[in-house]
Design a protein around this ligand. Structure first.
Ligand code: SF4
Length: 168
């Protein structure tokens, strides 16, 4: 598979808070959404963070036999959809599930925002947690999401149904 460069904010190699099971969470760098109360403001500038490669990141996934899946978060992962497609493909081939977080809505990604590659990346996701973080709708009792407007979406079921199907 092609190696690609990607700008990242950081990783959590054994995360238990970014989806079910033990996950490799990748925090991409760069986000335009500017949600008030953003939980990760230093991940917003597109020239911040550091540059690495999909091969280097994948090596760390492969070296961890405990992983249930990978989580693409940020920042806004769908701004760097092309390299993330490479990682998501590899994860799927290895039997790992793929969760992604986005400040865009499912329908926006489906329509090709912020790029046609973002639409393609959606096809490699098992679950999408969508929508911006809304400070007024924040609750610590919510699982896997920061504010109650965000939906936990079963992507393959939603694509098949032509409408949003929430993940159970
Ligand atoms: S989408 Fe996430 S990273 Fe981007 S501004 Fe909103 S809370 Fe911050």
């Amino acid at each position: 598979m092609p190696n690609a460069t990607i700008r990242i904010h950081g990783t959590a190699d054994d995360s238990i808070v970014d989806g079910p099971g033990i996950r490799f969470a990748l925090f991409t760098q760069g986000c335009k959404h500017q949600c008030p109360g953003c939980h990760n403001p230093t991940a917003q500038p597109f020239d911040g963070g550091s540059v690495t490669t999909t091969d280097a990141l994948w090596q760390r996934v492969e070296n961890n036999p405990l992983l249930k899946g990978i989580t693409l978060t940020g920042g806004e992962p769908f701004e760097q959809a092309e390299p993330l497609i490479e990682l998501a493909k590899r994860a799927r081939d290895k039997g790992l599930d793929v969760w992604a977080y986005s400040g865009y809505l499912f329908d926006q990604l489906l329509e090709g925002l912020p790029s046609t590659a973002a639409r393609d990346l959606l096809e490699y996701c098992d679950v999408l947690v969508d929508g911006p973080y809304v400070q007024e709708l924040r609750s610590y009792t919510l699982k896997w999401r920061g504010s109650s407007n965000q939906r936990i979406i079963d992507v393959p079921a939603s694509l098949a149904a032509g409408k949003v199907v929430e993940w159970q």
